[in-house]
Write a new protein. Structure first.
Length: 140
C-alpha cells in the first residue's frame, strides 16, 4: 500500500430529528455535542466526540449501538449532531483511521494510538468544525 491523499467535502450538520434524510451512500461521519436553535434552524457545535465509518450512512447512524454512550456525554440543553463526507467503501476504513488518529475524539478507541496504513493525507473542506482541515498520519 502506498501513500494516498483524499480530498473530502463535508456535507453539513444533522440533528437527531433530521436523521431520516441522511444519505444511504458510504462515508465517514463525525458525532458532536451541540445545541440547536430552532428559531434560526442552526446548530452550535460544542465538541467532536466520535468518528465512524459506514457502508450506508443512514442505516449506520440511525441504528448505531452507541447512541446511549453518546447521549451520556450531553449536558442540559445539548443534543447529538452529525456531519459526514462521502468515501468509497474501499477507502472508508483508511479515511476513518486517519481522522481518528489525527483528531483524537474522546469516545474512539481504535486508531487513536495505532495506524496500520502507509502515510495517508486527508484534506477536509466544507462543514467540519473540530475536524482538522489537513490530516497527515504515518504508519506506526
Amino acid at each position: 500500500m502506498a501513500e494516498k491523499t483524499f480530498n473530502q467535502e463535508y456535507e453539513g450538520y444533522w440533528i437527531e430529528s433530521g436523521l431520516s434524510t441522511l444519505s444511504t451512500k458510504p462515508g465517514v461521519y463525525g458525532v458532536y455535542k451541540c445545541t440547536y436553535n430552532k428559531e434560526k434552524d442552526s446548530v452550535s457545535l460544542k465538541e467532536l466526540i466520535y468518528i465512524g465509518k459506514a457502508d450506508n450512512l443512514n442505516s449506520r447512524i440511525n441504528n448505531h449501538e452507541d447512541w446511549d454512550i453518546w447521549r451520556n456525554e450531553l449536558q442540559a440543553g445539548e443534543q447529538i449532531c452529525f456531519c459526514y463526507t462521502f468515501v468509497d467503501k474501499s477507502n472508508n476504513e483508511r479515511v476513518e483511521a486517519t481522522l481518528i488518529n489525527s483528531n483524537q475524539p474522546k469516545l474512539n478507541i481504535e486508531y487513536k494510538d495505532y495506524f496500520p496504513f502507509d502515510r495517508t493525507i486527508v484534506i477536509c473542506s466544507g462543514e467540519h468544525i473540530f475536524i482538522k482541515e489537513t490530516n497527515i498520519v504515518d504508519r506506526n
